[in-house]
Design a protein around this ligand. Structure first.
Ligand code: ATP
Ligand code: MG
Ligand code: FE
Length: 345
């Protein structure tokens, strides 16, 4: 079983060919960082146009890398949401066209499900249930992953995502976009203890997150002009990590027995965060699983893999979606989760 995955929900155009035995035959990712850098963030219209320009040659090149044609593909999986709707539509419409032309099933995949299941692509021993911290530019959620299609959202952010907070901090410190890696680098040279910053929602019963106040505090610290930028970066990163660890500990208490603590999403690239989560898992006598970085940030292998997981559970052609399936800007993984003030998907 070979699935072609397509991802276009934010600012990465990506295609991948993944087998049921977890082999990634080929994958390509075209990042749009250069196009958005002048604006300090992703501009939806620019993103949609860039996806439209790149997606067809990118898929052709990915097939070429594997030395295959579409004939070898058994199903086509594409992100159908949540995300920037113009980009999602480009990927989904492309997948529909390919599915129609090849008479293969179309799998409309929730991008968050791709992130949630990607650790199992990297690690065949990762069994359900596990607690997942999904921390990216658009999301910060604690999900109990009970099985394919069975996700319980225990916590989410009530304002900014964690990656967004890193990006905004980078902007305040003049570090450019995307800011997460730059903040982490600068933080290594700083002393977190020199700048007092708040830890929003620490100790509260529901494991939700809030990072907007932290970002404002970073701005005030910078404007005060008495702190070195490296100290501010270190203090921000430490405050953010303290919040994440406290919230994740709370979620573990609520989740019941789980086999592992798992982190995914672009912020999982942060080594300080990984270290803190690893220590939390060790203290709770849990396995800690962090997929390789290439699977943590947006990619198409995770979309193909989510398709394969669904096929394995629901059976071959029956797992397909109708060709008129709609692209969705919002698409909660856990529809039963109570709305949280200010929270996104
Ligand atoms: P979505 O939220 O829809 O998944 P996205 O493209 O914003 O979309 P990712 O590609 O998974 O998400 O992650 C990008 C985010 O990860 C950015 O906000 C970036 O700053 C952050 N990030 C990347 N590396 C690091 C790092 N080393 N430390 C902190 N944050 C990081
Ligand atoms: Mg991205
Ligand atoms: Fe993502």
């Amino acid at each position: 079983m070979l699935v072609l995955g397509i991802e276009s929900s934010c600012d990465e155009t990506a295609a991948a060919l993944v087998c049921a035995d977890r082999t990634i035959l080929a994958q390509r990712i075209a990042s749009q960082d250069e196009a958005h850098r002048p604006y300090g963030g992703v501009v939806p219209e620019i993103a949609a146009r860039a996806h439209a320009d790149r997606i067809a040659p990118l898929i052709a090149a990915t097939l070429g890398d594997a030395g295959l044609t579409l004939d070898a593909v058994d199903a086509i999986a594409a992100t159908a949401g949540p995300g920037l709707i113009g980009g999602v539509m480009v990927g989904l419409v492309t997948a529909k066209a390919l599915a129609m032309a090849t008479d293969r099933p179309l799998l409309a995949i929730n991008h968050l499900e791709g992130h949630a299941l990607s650790p199992r692509l990297a690690d065949p021993d990762l069994a359900f249930p596990y607690l997942l911290l999904l921390a990216s530019g658009g999301h910060c959620q604690l999900l109990l992953v009970e099985g394919v299609g069975r996700y319980r959202r225990l916590g989410t952010t009530i304002d900014d995502a964690l990656g967004e907070a890193f990006d905004k901090t980078a902007k305040v410190l003049g570090l450019g976009y995307p800011g997460g890696p730059a903040v982490e680098r600068l933080a290594r040279q700083g002393d977190a203890g020199r700048v007092p910053l708040p830890r929003p929602l620490l100790g509260t019963a529901e494991p939700h997150f809030s990072f907007a106040g932290l970002k404002s505090a970073v701005l005030r610290a910078r404007e005060a002009g008495i702190h070195a930028d490296a100290d501010i970066a270190a203090a921000f990163q430490q405050a953010a990590i303290d919040c994440v660890i406290d919230r994740t500990r709370r979620a573990l208490a609520l989740a019941g027995p789980v086999g592992a603590l798992v982190v995914a999403g672009g912020v999982a690239a942060n080594q300080a965060l990984r270290g803190a989560l690893e220590a939390l898992a060790a203290a709770a006598q849990l396995r800690f699983v962090a997929p390789p970085l290439a699977l943590c940030t947006d990619n198409a292998a995770m979309i193909a893999w989510a398709g394969l997981e669904r096929i394995a559970v629901q059976g071959g052609p029956g797992a397909g979606d109708p060709l008129d399936v709609a692209a969705r800007p919002r698409w909660p993984l856990d529809p039963a989760a109570a709305p949280v003030r200010g929270a996104g998907v």
